[in-house]
Design a protein around this ligand. Structure first.
Ligand code: GUN
Length: 281
């Protein structure tokens, strides 16, 4: 039976550390959160981010813009927030409506306020080991592993999924921890053979219950980034938990695994934004 890696309790640890630092050092931190349109999932995420800010003692400014906001108007707001010295972090909730170029918006956010870690400068800094903000979900996975006592140095880490937000930065972070890293994707030949090599298997492919026990080596640590609702409205991940748990040595559940870590690391990035304009780990 695998150990369940408890993302809820580890995320609370991270948030409590942030809260303590904010209180002890009397940090006055402001995060600006921009949502364009009212996609229901985005509204839930944005609401959770605001709640986390309240818990930590970070002020949040909410910009709820209509769906038909033009790209120029959004860029103007981002530039205004870049100039505003009282704002430490800027987060533009994705996805944006299709008439707005997401890349252009991300590139307009000052790298000093890029608490999502999506700006090309942040991504580039991560890949060459320089200080900068790190994308919250992969940074959260490193914390889950470290705080659960999972050794990464010298281990085979296989990442399934190559997105800019999870797969690619995850690979860079795992390299920094001295793991041997393989990234798989939809064109990978013999996927099962590759995933079965993993001591640490990180799955971010966006397909419900795709990874079954025949993809997993006995004793592997399995991290599930996916979140889906099944036909009974129950949440599940990219990993078939019930099937994989008996072969894994440790596994993250869905919900209560990776999910809560993303917001905890966002809070951590906001604290770092106040401190140094970018974090290294
Ligand atoms: N949409 C889904 N996840 C995220 C995230 O981590 N940051 C932003 N800005 N948008 C998202």
């Amino acid at each position: 039976m695998a150990i369940r890696i408890d993302g809820k309790s580890i995320s609370t640890q991270v948030k409590d550390e942030c809260r303590e630092k904010v209180a002890k050092e009397g940090l006055d931190i402001t995060l600006a959160v921009i949502q364009v349109g009212n996609d229901p999932a985005s509204s839930v995420y944005v609401g959770n981010k605001k709640k986390a800010c309240e818990y930590i003692g970070i002020s949040s400014l909410a910009y709820e813009l209509p769906e038909d906001t033009s790209e120029a108007e959004l860029l103007e707001l981002v530039e205004k927030l870049n100039r505003d010295e009282s704002v430490n972090g800027i987060l533009v909730q994705l996805p944006l409506p299709s008439h707005i170029d997401e890349d252009r918006v991300i590139q307009t956010i000052s790298p000093k306020k890029d608490v999502d870690g999506f700006h090309p400068q942040s991504v580039g800094a991560l890949s060459i080991g320089q200080p900068g903000f790190v994308s919250c979900t992969p940074a959260g996975i490193i914390q889950l592993l470290k705080r659960s006592g999972v050794e990464m140095d010298g281990k085979e880490c296989v990442i399934v999924g190559r997105s800019n937000i999870v797969g690619k930065p995850m690979a860079m972070l795992m390299l920094r921890e001295n793991a041997t890293v393989t990234i798989c994707h939809s064109h990978t030949a013999n996927l099962k053979e590759v995933t079965k090599r993993a001591d640490i298997l990180i799955v971010a492919i966006g397909k419900p219950k795709f990874i079954t026990s025949d993809y997993v080596k006995e004793g592997a640590v399995v991290i599930d980034v996916g979140i889906h609702r099944n036909e009974n409205n129950k949440l599940c991940g990219d990993v078939d938990f019930d099937d994989v748990e008996p072969v894994a040595s440790a596994i993250t559940p869905v919900p209560g695994g990776v999910g809560p870590m993303t917001i905890a690391m966002l809070m951590n990035n906001c604290v770092e934004a106040k401190n140094a304009g970018g974090r290294k780990e």
